[in-house]
Design a protein around this ligand. Structure first.
Ligand code: PMP
Length: 421
């Protein structure tokens, strides 16, 4: 047995050495649309031209200053997308992360009703971080002075027993991050029970906040569409209308560098947020907001546009799943997700194998997101989390990357096994 193991190891190591001598340069680190996907939205650049009147339907000249919270057409578009009312929406610039920063920093600086008693003055503040999760969420909360508290992310959302116990007893827990539909990185969608529990749960902090980042709300890969329930509606029903802040953007619909983002919440919250926003800008890019509305039109057209993205992306996700099944079906080396939407596939390796695998891949030119970056502070005691972001590479490059990924997963697992003997 020992010999068979060592023989297999020698063979794999030989192949690895060949890759090491002739490294590739493939980047699967971040969720970036491919050039083909970006081309889908090029016609948007000419939907506004000099023949346009550049006037919004409420009479605003969209070339000029003004409309701090966005043009009415864009508010209606995002209201439809997020299933809220237009007056419950602020339409911003190209980044939803920027709006998340605005909400959190404003809540830290001055509370909604009692300006003197802000989160800033309350001492320690903590943020619940369902993990594996989105590294930039965790980094933002850390930057803004939250202590990050890991929560297990299950197939149907955060472990609500864990969440409910913590929020009921600790008033320094101020907020939770959620990516409710096709989560980054595991691709899961929150169940109705989880949405109900989040909206209704008792919280020791009176202004407990849910950061509901619906970044992948229309990013379906299959005919089967998943969607988390409407959190704002659930919170209103529960008598907690000020609890949720909903976010989304067109970063992966049109252009990440020149899209449009939106935030939605109760009418009271939206009015409250307008004040801190007014210190940042006199108004965002309204021409771009109008371009987006003219190009994407409404939910129906948006979904048709997203089908074109899916046609490009689906073969990449299929290739990864096919390779993983071919190499690892029935073995205990790695488990993988097979999502119905979103931008990522998540690998759960054996314990203590993720870092070594990502490192081994880096040396042969396959660059992945840092292992365990999906955990607060990048700390995952099991060292078993790897995120694959396959969208920006071509199918042929992805095939080369997957050959190497499968090799390194097997090699590191085998080394682990031999070490344990
Ligand atoms: N939220 C999530 C969950 C994401 O995965 C990403 C991009 N990877 C973003 C937000 C970034 O959004 P934006 O471009 O609108 O800032």
């Amino acid at each position: 047995m020992e010999n068979a193991l060592e023989k297999q190891y020698t063979e794999l190591k030989k192949l690895y050495q060949q890759y090491l001598n002739d490294p590739v340069n493939l980047n699967l680190k971040r969720g970036v649309p491919s050039k083909e996907q970006l081309a889908l939205s090029e016609p948007m650049l000419t939907v506004l031209n000099e023949t346009d009147s550049f006037v919004s339907k409420d009479g605003t000249d969209i070339r000029n200053y003004g409309s701090l919270t966005g043009i009415i057409e864009a508010k209606e578009f995002f209201a439809d997308l997020l299933e809220v009312e237009a007056h419950e929406v602020i339409v911003g610039g190209n980044s939803s992360l920027q709006l998340m920063h605005l909400v959190l920093s404003s809540l830290i600086k001055h509370k909604k009703d009692i300006a003197a008693n802000s989160w800033k003055n309350e001492g320690k503040r903590k943020m619940l971080c369902p993990s594996p999760g989105y590294d930039r969420h965790f980094a933002l909360a850390d930057y803004l002075g939250f202590e990050l508290v890991p929560i297990t992310l299950k197939e149907d959302g955060p472990d609500m027993e864990q969440v409910q116990t913590l929020v009921a007893n600790d008033d320094s827990i101020k907020a939770i991050w959620c990516v409710p539909t096709y989560s980054n990185p595991t691709g899961i969608t929150y169940s109705n029970e989880v949405v109900h529990a989040l909206s209704h749960m008792q919280t020791a902090a009176e202004d407990f906040t849910i950061m509901w980042d619906n970044a992948y709300v229309v990013h379906h890969l299959n005919q089967e569409h998943e969607a988390a329930l409407n959190l704002l509606e659930a919170c209103k029903e529960a008598g907690n209308p000020e609890r949720p802040w909903l976010f989304c953007s067109t970063s992966k619909v049109t252009f990440p560098g020149a899209g449009v983002a939106a935030v939605a919440s109760s009418e009271k919250n939206i009015k409250w947020l307008s004040e801190p926003l007014s210190f940042q800008t006199i108004g965002f890019d309204k021409l771009n907001q109008m371009r987006h509305v003219k190009f994407l039109k409404d939910r129906k057209h948006l979904l048709e546009h997203m089908e074109k993205h899916a046609a490009i992306l689906k073969p990449k996700f299929d290739l990864i799943v096919h390779q993983l099944e071919k190499n690892f079906q029935g073995k205990e080396i790695v488990q993988w997700t097979n999502p119905n939407g979103g931008y990522f596939i998540h690998l759960t390796t054996q314990e203590n194998c993720a870092e070594k695998t990502v490192e081994a891949l880096g040396a042969i030119g396959v660059h992945l997101t840092e292992a365990n970056a999906t955990y607060p502070y990048g700390e995952n005691p099991l060292d078993n989390s790897i995120r694959l972001a396959p969208t920006s590479v071509s199918l042929s490059d992805l095939e080369m990357a997957m050959d190497r990924i499968c090799l390194c997963l097997e090699l590191v697992a085998l080394e682990n096994k031999i070490r344990k003997k």
